[in-house]
Write a protein that binds this ligand. Sequence first.
Ligand SMILES: C[S@@+](CC[C@H](N)C(=O)[O-])C[C@H]1O[C@@H](n2cnc3c(N)ncnc32)[C@H](O)[C@@H]1O
Length: 278
Amino acid sequence: MGSVVKIQPSRVKQALLVLATPHREAQAKAYIESHGGQLIGIKGDAELDLSLLDAEKHQALIFADDVSLQAVGKKAPGPVVVSFEGNTMVHRLKHGGGKGEQVAKAVGLSKVAADRVISVIDATAGLGRDSLILAALGCHVEMFERNPVVRELLLDGLDRASMSVEVMAIAGRMQLHTEDFISGSGAYEDNSVDVVYLDPMFPDRNKSALVKKEMRVFKQLIGGDEDADQLFDPAFRIAKHRVVVKRPKAAPFLAGKTPSVQIKGKSGRFDIYTKKAF
Ligand SMILES: C[S@@+](CC[C@H](N)C(=O)[O-])C[C@H]1O[C@@H](n2cnc3c(N)ncnc32)[C@H](O)[C@@H]1O
């Protein structure tokens, strides 16, 4: 690679620019072969100044020591990276706290014996934060993520976690399916997973709801998950005990279905659809 090629003007909004350090060049090329994007050079190359690019038109996927999604432009915030190690929440969860976490309550962990392993499908894994909490609390979590950039971030996070003494056991309970849950759910029998967890991006999730500036680039990438209502039926079919849907405070019910129970928090809520008590 070496030299920096001129960035082609693109008619696609938010065209993805891919950068790689030499040791990750092959991985970056494999990504582009499967999913598209434009390889523009080696990270750190003096000719390449991401602050000069138009934030409305581009985002950068960077393959370096870690894999990150980076907004471009003058006041771009820091990169979005999936890092399971060094996470203070994980430390707390590993050392006894945690069943009081709202997501843990919503999944029903307080209702099951401490030695019982719950199977959870996180059908909309995103950056894996909810999956991480559930896995740290002992659940076996199968994650689905359909966006190829997000998948790349997640796979990198899981890869690094699998080499970290601190979190390798937790990462061992997290498995990523690199496909859309709506089609992937076809492989599961009815009532075969204890809990299915859904957290699709809500179209109106506004900037203030995305607390960290870094997360705006994630929202730009994903958009609104406009087909989110279609998640409900397959989730309900394969769940044995319950489906849990994370929603922003004022959002309507997913697929217009009224939940059995709700847990309300400051900015969001969990809608719980019970099938069978634990
Ligand atoms: C709001 S984010 C989830 C955040 C996640 N709960 C976390 O803790 O990081 C929603 C994610 O679901 C993914 N998604 C939406 N619909 C999906 C589907 N049908 N199958 C797989 N992934 C989906 C989107 O690509 C996006 O990354």
